[in-house]
Design a protein around this ligand. Structure first.
Ligand SMILES: Nc1nc2c(ncn2[C@@H]2O[C@H](COP(=O)(O)OP(=O)(O)O)[C@@H](O)[C@H]2O)c(=O)[nH]1
Ligand SMILES: [Mg+2]
Length: 492
């Protein structure tokens, strides 16, 4: 039992924290219902509420059961507060005010002051709860009664009453046999109760004694129909319809007249009630949990109504982001491919064998013609620039597209101009008139002018075309211009 209560406390806490997410107005129906359900879940007593329009004899019936005039009857204008009747060793009244002041008095006279409606038929706003303690054996078993104000006074009171029903384990619905509810009223009530999972409802018909005997029979049949149309969930074998003449019952109890109590219908009703409570009380979960389910699905529904638009917003945001990511992915792919191709081309170009194949002859000739720097700028650097530009173009696209800071430019340094040392001129050569035998890069042009220069250039082409410069060292030695040509090729 203890464990079960702790479980219910957890359940109540979960309901409260789920409802907190809804930011409900404190006065809203759902918020009130949740509070009521949570309090009900952890209430250790079995609560029986008496419900019905004012002047139907609710208080009279409860007094008849209690065997005294504990509850105010005929308060003028009418009872305004819900009064809980609990077990106590003597009759006492406790009124809690909204400012947490407690009014605790012997007897029930103090009710006249706090529990009636004022001239405007309004309940005193400063009263939070009204309890009466009573030494009755039925109450001692952990049962409490709830005497409710009339339901057709004012909307505010209707709300109060309905909340109280939600917190009751068993509802006694009082009917006036002289004026039964209309079909519409009945359906309203039934829907309201069933929607909230309130299924333990017993009908008690009052005032049947005021009808003529033939009328009684007719009304009895209609009452049966009303009771049957309500799908009550009572323990098997118990009727959900009883007849009690409340005032004669109270009088019989006050006098101790057992026969009169029997004929008023009170004794049979009490016996049935005690048996029903005996079965339901140990199994309060089965009464209370359907209401938790009803309220939980309302919370779920409200939460879903909040979640759905947010989920939709998140989805459309995600979709947008994903399509952006997809575009970026495609762009990255494209740029990466282009970049790889361009870098590949540059790398191939830079490979020494390729450079030699493409440029060695021209470079060596340029060197021989003292034209190396101009050749380097106009041919070699131009070709490199083109390839480099292709690489950098992709990089710039990437940095622009992904909004990154541009990197430093790619710098490929050039070696300094090659230098050669001319061998000494053979003595039998007349073609060269100048005596200088050593020249450094850039300085041999004047030395190689004239026919010797032309012969050197011719030799460079010849040697590279034949590709014999390595094979035959002898050959170079055979002629001075071939030797110089070979030096130029090597320098390059
Ligand atoms: N004749 C007659 N009067 C009744 C009966 N039950 C209640 N009354 C009277 O109806 C009036 C309203 O009763 P009360 O218990 O205060 O009704 P409540 O407003 O539903 O609590 C009182 O004057 C009662 O005496 C009954 O069975 N027969
Ligand atoms: Mg009353």
């Amino acid at each position: 039992m203890q464990q079960q209560y702790e479980g219910y406390k957890d359940l109540a806490d979960s309901l409260k924290s789920a409802s907190a997410l809804l930011n409900l107005e404190h006065k809203s129906q759902l918020h009130q219902d949740i509070i009521t359900i949570c309090n009900h879940l952890v209430n250790p007593s079995f609560r029986i509420a008496v419900f019905g329009p004012f002047n139907h004899g609710k208080s009279t019936l409860l007094n008849a059961m209690l065997g005294n005039r504990t509850l105010p009857i005929d308060l003028i204008p009418t009872t305004g507060a819900a009064i809980t009747v609990k077990y106590g060793s003597d009759v006492r009244t406790r009124i809690m005010l909204v400012d947490a002041t407690e009014v605790y008095r012997s007897g029930t006279e103090v009710l006249q002051q706090f529990a009636i409606l004022d001239g405007n038929r309004q309940m005193r706003k400063d009263v939070a709860s009204v309890e009466i303690f009573c030494p009755h054996p039925f109450l001692e078993t952990g049962v409490e009664f709830l005497d409710l104000p009339g339901t057709n006074d004012k909307d505010e009171q209707d709300n109060l009453v309905r909340e109280q029903l939600l917190g009751a384990d068993l509802v006694i619905q009082l009917l006036d046999a002289r004026k039964l509810m209309t079909l519409g009223e009945r359906e309203n009530l039934r829907d309201w109760l069933l929607d909230r999972g309130i299924k333990t409802v017993i009908f008690v018909a009052n005032f049947l004694n005021l009808l003529e005997p033939d009328e009684q029979k007719q009304v009895q049949n209609r009452l049966l129909f009303v009771a049957e149309s309500f799908r009550a969930e009572l323990p098997p074998g118990f009727s959900n319809l009883y007849r009690v003449d409340a005032l004669p019952a109270l009088r019989a109890r006050l006098k101790g007249d057992v026969a009169a109590a029997n004929s008023s219908g009170l004794a049979a009703f009490e016996t049935a009630l005690q048996n029903i409570v005996g079965i339901l009380q140990p199994d309060r979960g089965s009464v209370r949990l359907p209401r938790v389910q009803a309220i939980a699905s309302q919370i779920q529904y409200s939460l879903k109504a909040k979640i759905d638009p947010i989920a939709l917003e998140i989805k459309s945001f995600d979709d947008k982001e994903n399509s952006k990511i997809e575009i970026k992915r495609k762009a990255a792919n494209l740029i990466y491919k282009g970049f790889s191709t361009s870098v590949g081309e540059l790398r191939d170009w830079l490979a020494l064998p390729n450079l030699l194949t493409k440029y060695q002859a021209d470079a060596a000739i340029a060197l021989a013609e003292n034209n190396f720097k101009a050749w380097q700028t106009n041919t070699l650097k131009k070709d490199l620039n083109q390839l480099q530009l292709a690489v950098v173009k992709w990089l710039y696209q990437a940095y622009e597209f992904f909004q990154e800071e541009r990197p430093q430019d790619l710098i490929i340094p050039f070696p300094s101009e090659p230098q050669i040392i001319l061998p000494s001129k053979p003595s039998n050569t007349d073609d060269l008139s100048e005596p200088g035998s050593i020249a450094v890069g850039g300085g041999i042009g004047w030395l190689l002018g004239g026919p010797v220069g032309a012969a050197v250039v011719g030799s460079i082409s010849y040697l590279l075309n034949k590709n014999i410069q390595k094979q035959d060292d002898q050959l170079a030695k055979e002629s001075y211009h071939q030797e110089v040509a070979k030096l130029c090729i090597t320098a390059i």
